[in-house]
Design a protein around this ligand. Sequence first.
Ligand SMILES: *Cc1c(COP(=O)(O)O)cnc(C)c1O
Length: 363
Amino acid sequence: MINQETVVEINLSNLKKNLDFLKSKIRKETLVMAVVKAFAYGSDSTIISKKLEKEKIDYLAVAYTVEGMELRDKGITTPILVLHPQINDFDKIIDFELEPSIYSFRVLKAFMNSKKLTKNYPFQIKFNTGLNRLGFNENQIDKLILSLKNLKPNFIFSHLGASEDVLEKSFTNEQIKKFIFISSDFENKIGRKIKKHILNTSGILNFSEAQFEMVRTGIGLYGFGNDSKFNDNLKPVISLKTIISQINHIKKGESVGYNRGFLSKKSITTATLPIGHADGINRQYGNGKASVMVNGKSALIIGNICMDMMMIDISNIICNEGDEVIIFDDKNVSAEEFTESAGTISYEILTALSKRIKRIVIN
Ligand SMILES: *Cc1c(COP(=O)(O)O)cnc(C)c1O
């Protein structure tokens, strides 16, 4: 039975396989933090987090406080790191037992000013080692230790900027070296050891020697290793499927879509699909850039992608209204391949998938 609408399929057995593969790259005792920010990379953060909790994941991470609050509302009890809290969030963070990342003096001050803060409340400190995005710098350690007073972070961490990039291997090694230097300086000055993490998915795959006490994985869990050599081991969790709503026969000289984006040089057959840029298929995929699969054959997206629809050329494909159309899946064409055609990355299309698309769990 084909779903007669656009669906995002979430394959939980692929999620489990990906988790097992990533775990095979690290020591047994290393903790795993699953990154479930941005609706678990466009899937469904509650469904994914519940499955990961069943698989005894050690930690979850979200970007923003509301994302963590939602998981707590849905009954998730695993520790949750909030990677990018804002200064007005801290009462809520503490109410919902979320663990904030403290990345600047401004944020530290807001955290310490929360009336809800108790003596041993867990939090983590983020250091900048070269991404130059968030985090304390190495020359701020002394002031940071003074400012922390009697607060005790339970982890310190940093983030790699190019762990998937073989040409930037020395940059990544420099980041890791800097993190080790910062960590030991920090530990010496506070007089105790502290747990650490720096690796993201590509870090786990390419720099597993720097796993410390925990690793963080997002994209790998969802089936992408940022390198085709992992395609046999990582399986896409998210498939995007739709159907043919209507078939049209276009004569030579006619146009298709808004602003006559496609002008037909010969008579062709098109199919209209119930998915558009409001669903996450941006206009960059239109006008002949990307294609989708209909009955095992590739069909080019033609004309401008509309808000709620797009049109494809099915002239050479035997198909009917109501037939299934695969935008990407775990067998025919991956989200990575689909995005390559438009010059972007799997992360972007996954996290852009609109919440209005129905989610279906496959086990
Ligand atoms: C998003 C994010 C991750 C996950 O990265 P992947 O490449 O998806 O594994 C890890 N750490 C931080 C700080 C992040 O922002």
